[in-house]
Design a protein. Structure first.
Length: 110
């Protein structure tokens, strides 16, 4: 789904390419051949560093991190595969608890 979206959005595709190049450059600075050659904890450190690594707002790394995080949340976690990972079963027809709310009155807390 993300690839389909990038095929239709040239600005997002350019941001992803710049972000992937940045990840590989940061990995080389850390002594690896590429980002994918890093172990999981070093990959996580590199990614977290992009979240707000510069005093300048909206750096390529920060924009890339925010875009990828949003895309994963939107496309992966809303997919059937993502929902199976966390064992989420969406309701088949609406939200029954809102259609039939509890009848007791809530008391105000002091």
């Amino acid at each position: 789904m993300i690839l389909d979206r990038l095929a239709k959005d040239s600005a997002a595709l350019a941001l992803y390419r710049a972000g992937f190049e940045l990840l590989d450059r940061l990995a080389r600075e850390a002594g690896a051949q590429a980002f994918q050659a890093l172990d999981a904890s070093r990959r996580e450190r590199v990614l977290v560093s992009l979240a707000g690594s510069s005093h300048e707002s909206h750096t390529v790394g920060e924009r890339f991190f925010l875009r990828v995080r949003r895309d994963v949340l939107v496309f992966y976690w809303s997919s059937a595969i993502g929902q199976r990972v966390v064992d989420y079963r969406p309701p088949l027809a609406g939200y029954p608890e809102y259609a039939d709310p509890p009848s007791h009155k809530r008391t105000r807390r002091p």
